[in-house]
Write a protein that binds this ligand. Structure first.
Ligand code: ATP
Ligand code: MG
Length: 283
C-alpha cells in the first residue's frame, strides 16, 4: 500500500498544535526534535518536519502529499495546491502598521511611502487592488524594528495580540489578510482514499473541540422546556434516575454559545450540570 507523506513545521508557532492534532487523530509516531522524518506506526503515513516556508512547494511538487501551514505562507508562495481543511489554530492577521506619532488618515496616505515586509507578494497585490503605489522593502525578519531604524515609513507584518507592535512604538493601521493554519494537499490528492480517511479523522477531532458533552438532572415536569433548548447531534438521551420523576439528560452543546445555554438550562430547572470534553465526533 502507498505511504502518504505529510509535511509539518519542524519548530515554531505551528509545530506543537500540528503534532497535537495528528496525535489526536490516533496517529502514533515519535516526535524527536532531531529527526526530519518520522514514520507513523499505525497508519500508512510519514511525517516530514520542515521550515514552514518550504511546505507549500514540497506539496505542490508532490514530495509531500499533504502539509499543514499558515494561509499567509501559501498566498505568499503562490503555489498550486488544494485547500483541504481549515484547522482553527495559528490565527493571526497580516497588518500594515505605522509609528504611533504618524497621523496617516487613510490608505492613500501610503502613496510614496516605504513599507518593510517579509510578505512582498501579498502586500503588492493588496496595494495594487487599492490603487496605492508604495516602495515595498523586502526584508527577511525583524520587520518591526525597521521604522525605528529609519529603514521604512511603515511595516506589513503578522500580528496576533499586537504586543510586538506596541513595544516597538507602532500602531496597526490596515488589515491586509487574516490567516490560520490549513491542511493543504497536492492537486488531485483530495480524491484519494487515504487522504479522505485522514481528513475525516481531522474533522472529527475539530468537531469535538467545538462541542462539550453535558449531563444534567431535571424533574420530568421541566423536561420539555429543557429539550426545547437542546438541538444536540440528534435529540438528547433521557435516562431515568433512581429518584422518581427525575431524569438525566445527556447532550452536546456548541462551545461558542456555551455559557448562554447553561444559564438558560439552569433557569429552565436543570440541576447538577456536568460538562465534559469530547475526544472525537464521528458523523
Ligand atoms: P520557520 O523556522 O518554520 O520558517 P517562522 O519563523 O517562519 O518558522 P513562525 O514564527 O513559527 O514562522 O510562524 C509560523 C506561522 O504561525 C506563521 O506563518 C503564521 O501563519 C502563524 N502565526 C500565528 N501567530 C503569529 C504571530 N503572532 N506572528 C507570526 N506568525 C504567526
Ligand atoms: Mg518561515
Amino acid at each position: 500500500m502507498k505511504t502518504l507523506k505529510i509535511a509539518i513545521q519542524k519548530s515554531g508557532r505551528l509545530n506543537e498544535k500540528s503534532v497535537e492534532l495528528l496525535k489526536n487523530c490516533g496517529l502514533s509516531f515519535e516526535n524527536y526534535k532531531s529527526s526530519l522524518i518520522s514514520p507513523v506506526s499505525n497508519f500508512p503515513l510519514e511525517i516530514l518536519f520542515l521550515r514552514d516556508d518550504d511546505i507549500p512547494e514540497y506539496v505542490q511538487d508532490g514530495i509531500a502529499d499533504l502539509g499543514i501551514v499558515g494561509e499567509n505562507v501559501i498566498q505568499e508562495t503562490e503555489v498550486k495546491v488544494s485547500y483541504l481543511q481549515r484547522l482553527g489554530f495559528g490565527k493571526c492577521s497580516l497588518k500594515i502598521a505605522v509609528p504611533n506619532n504618524d497621523d496617516i488618515q487613510n490608505l492613500a496616505g501610503l502613496n510614496g511611502k516605504s513599507i518593510a515586509t517579509t510578505y512582498p507578494v501579498i502586500l503588492g497585490k493588496f496595494l495594487k487592488e487599492n490603487g496605492i503605489t508604495s516602495d515595498i522593502r523586502t526584508i527577511s525578519g525583524s520587520v518591526e524594528i525597521s521604522p525605528g531604524l529609519g529603514l521604512a515609513d511603515a511595516i506589513c507584518d503578522l500580528v496576533s495580540t499586537g504586543g510586538t507592535l506596541k513595544s516597538n512604538g507602532l500602531k496597526p493601521f490596515a488589515d491586509v489578510m487574516s490567516s490560520e493554519a490549513v491542511l493543504i494537499g497536492r492537486k488531485g490528492s483530495e480524491t484519494e482514499d487515504l487522504v479522505l480517511e485522514l481528513i475525516q479523522r481531522i474533522q472529527s477531532v475539530l468537531r469535538a473541540k467545538e462541542t462539550k458533552y453535558v449531563v444534567l438532572n431535571v424533574h420530568r415536569d421541566n423536561l420539555a422546556a429543557i429539550t426545547a433548548l437542546l438541538p444536540g447531534v440528534k435529540s438528547p438521551s433521557v435516562v431515568p434516575l433512581a429518584e422518581e420523576n427525575w431524569v438525566a439528560v445527556h447532550t452536546v452543546i456548541p462551545e461558542r454559545d456555551f455559557w448562554d445555554r447553561i444559564s438558560q438550562l439552569k433557569q429552565a430547572g436543570a440541576q447538577g450540570i456536568v460538562v465534559m470534553p469530547i475526544e472525537k465526533i464521528i458523523l
